[in-house]
Write a protein that binds this ligand. Structure first.
Ligand SMILES: [Zn+2]
Length: 180
């Protein structure tokens, strides 16, 4: 006998056990409240028809407490189908481990992808920081160039003033020489 959770009894011989299967699968043929059935849960209320979807009990029909909220459930469980044969249980076990492995692989891939995204975000931040510094340097450089251009302009003006003065002086000197 394969036990699927601690404290539970996985035998169809038992009229009822107080345990709850966490995973079930919707089934067209076996669903809804069994008002017409004689079985009642510990609340003395009609049970809900469910199909197990976990471990080697996968596919087995059972009756359970019909309360919707988990905290209100009395934990009643009554198997309708007997346990699967050992061979069938082995096959179902294999299928679940294949499923679990695939899930693990997917989680690992997602984790790897997440790490890559994290790395890319880090690089983007670094680049933005570098760009910020570059902008500051560039603005400083532009200011310095403007300052240099202004100085050059002032120097040119000063030179042209000097030239003008020299020309005036030359003309004045020439006038003096002619007078003599
Ligand atoms: Zn109940």
């Amino acid at each position: 006998m394969v036990s699927w959770s601690e404290g539970s009894i996985s035998s169809w011989d038992d009229e009822s056990v107080t345990s709850q299967l966490s995973r079930t699968i919707p089934c067209y043929e076996w669903s809804g409240i069994g008002h017409e059935l004689s079985s009642c849960c510990l609340h003395v209320e009609p049970c809900v028809r469910q199909v197990a979807f976990q471990s080697t009990d996968t596919g087995r029909r059972f009756l359970a407490c019909a309360k919707e909220k988990a905290e209100e459930k009395c934990g009643y469980l009554e198997w309708i189908d007997p346990e699967w044969s050992v061979a069938m249980q082995f096959c179902i076990g294999q299928l679940w481990s294949m499923h679990d492995k695939e899930n693990e692989d997917r989680i690992r891939e997602n984790l790897k992808f997440g790490e890559e995204i994290f790395k890319v975000i880090g690089e983007k931040r670094k680049m933005e920081e570098e760009l910020r510094f570059f902008r500051l340097d560039f603005a400083k450089m532009v200011d310095e160039k403007e300052e240099a251009i202004n100085q050059l302009r002032s120097a040119r003006l000063a030179i042209s003033d000097l030239k003008e003065e020299v020309e005036k002086k030359k003309l004045a000197d020439h006038g003096c020489t002619n007078l003599h």
